[in-house]
Design a binder for this molecule. Structure first.
Ligand code: GFB
Length: 324
C-alpha cells in the first residue's frame, strides 16, 4: 500500500508554516482570511513583485527558506471569457510555469499537504450536467478557455503523479465560477459578476438609461462566494485524501440574464438592459455535481443574493482601490 492510501487526514497543525501561493488574488486572499480565522498562526504569502512564481530558481529558493508544511496553490493568471479567448498564450504559458515551479519546489522540499486549485472549465464543453468529476477528459473543451483549461488539467495530473510516484497525500479542488471581495473589476478582463456589478453601479451613478451586457444572456453558470470556497479548501485538506479532484460549488445555476437582473436590483438600476451578441457566450452550461464534496461533509452556506449584496457593498467601499 502506498503512503497516499494509508494516510489519514485530520486537523492541520495551526502553528506549522502554511504557504498560500496567490494570497493577494480573489481565491488566495479568501483562503488566507479563512485560515487566519481558523487559528493558523504561521501563514506565509509573497506578492508577485517580491516573488515571481514564473521564476523557477526564485521559487525553489523561497521553498527551501520557508519549508512550508502545507501549501494551497491559488496563484494563477485568470480572467473572464474575453481575456481567455484573446490571450491564450499567456493563459497556458504563465499558468504552466507557475504551477510547475510551485509543485516541483513543494515536492523537492517535501510539503506534507498541498491543495491545487483548478477551475470548472477543465470539463468538456458538452459534459452531461451536473458535471461529475469523472467527466474529466471525456470530450472536447470549450474553445474560449481551452488554453487555461489544459494548464489546469496538467496541474491535476501533476498532483496525481506526485501521489503515485512519491506517495504524498496531495489533492486538487475544482471550484465553479467564483466571486466576492478582492475580485478584478476590469471591464474587459474580468469575469461576468464583477463586470455586471461595475456596469450597473456605474449606470446608477451616471444616470445612464441603457446597459449593454455580453452575449445572449442565455448561458447558465454556477456562482460560489470565495469565502465558501476557502472554507471548502480547509475542509478538504482536513478530511480528504483521494486521487480524484473534488468539485466545489453550490449545485445550482442561473442564466446570465437572471444574474443581470439580480445585480441590477441589488444596485437599484431601473433602466434598460441590452445584449451584444457579437461577444462570445462560451459554454452553454457549467453546473458542477457537488455530491462528492457533500459526502465529505461540506456544503456551501452563502446564498447568491446575500453574496451579491455583500460584494456590491464591498465594491462601493473599495471603489477607489479595486483591481481594474
Ligand atoms: O464570467 P465569464 O467571463 O466566464 O462569462 P466563463 C460568463 C458568461 O457571462 C458568458 C457573459 O456567457 C459571457 O458572455 N457575460 C455577459 C459577460 N456580460 C459579461 C461581461 O461584461 N463580462 C464577462 N466576462 N462576461 C471563464 C473562463 O468562462 O470562467 C475561465 O474563460 C474560467 O477560464 C472562468 O474558467 C471561471 O464561465 O464563460
Amino acid at each position: 500500500m502506498s503512503e497516499t492510501t494509508s494516510f489519514q487526514p485530520g486537523p492541520l497543525d495551526r502553528q506549522a508554516p502554511f504557504y498560500i501561493a496567490g494570497h493577494r488574488g480573489l481565491a488566495g486572499s479568501a483562503v488566507w482570511r479563512h485560515l487566519e480565522y481558523s487559528g493558523f498562526t504561521n501563514l506565509v504569502g509573497r506578492r508577485s513583485a517580491d516573488l515571481d512564481l514564473r521564476d523557477r530558481d526564485a521559487v525553489f529558493q523561497f521553498f527551501s527558506e520557508i519549508r512550508p508544511q502545507y501549501t494551497v496553490l491559488a496563484a494563477a493568471k485568470v480572467g473572464g471569457i474575453l481575456a481567455n479567448s484573446t490571450y491564450p498564450v499567456d493563459f497556458i504559458s504563465e499558468n504552466l510555469r507557475i504551477q510547475t515551479n510551485v509543485l516541483d519546489a513543494a515536492l523537492a522540499t517535501g510539503v506534507e499537504r498541498l491543495l491545487f486549485l483548478g477551475s470548472s472549465c477543465i470539463y468538456p464543453k458538452f459534459a452531461p450536467q451536473p458535471i461529475t468529476e469523472d467527466s474529466l477528459l471525456t470530450g472536447a473543451l470549450e474553445p474560449t478557455n481551452d488554453a487555461y483549461a489544459i494548464a489546469k488539467i496538467a496541474g491535476i495530473m501533476q498532483v496525481q503523479a506526485v501521489r503515485r510516484q512519491y506517495g504524498l497525500p496531495w489533492i486538487s479542488a475544482m471550484p465553479t465560477n467564483l466571486y466576492g471581495p478582492g475580485d478584478n473589476f476590469s471591464p474587459q478582463g474580468s469575469h461576468v459578476l464583477p463586470a455586471l456589478i461595475r456596469r450597473y453601479e456605474n449606470a446608477v451613478v451616471t444616470g445612464a438609461e441603457r446597459v449593454v451586457n455580453w452575449g445572449s444572456g442565455s448561458p447558465r453558470r454556477e456562482f460560489l462566494h470565495v469565502d465558501d470556497m476557502a472554507a471548502a479548501c480547509l475542509h478538504l485538506l482536513e478530511t480528504y485524501n483521494g486521487h480524484e479532484q473534488v468539485n466545489v460549488g453550490t449545485g445550482t445555476d442561473i442564466t446570465i440574464r437572471e444574474l443581470a437582473n439580480v445585480v441590477a436590483d441589488a444596485v437599484g438600476y431601473q433602466g434598460v438592459t441590452e445584449w451584444d451578441t457579437s461577444k462570445p457566450d462560451g459554454t452553454p452550461q457549467k453546473l458542477l455535481d457537488v455530491s462528492k464534496l457533500e459526502s465529505e461533509g461540506w456544503k456551501a452556506k452563502i446564498s447568491l443574493a446575500e453574496g451579491i449584496a455583500s460584494t456590491v457593498h464591498w465594491y462601493r467601499d473599495n471603489f477607489e482601490s479595486v483591481r481594474a
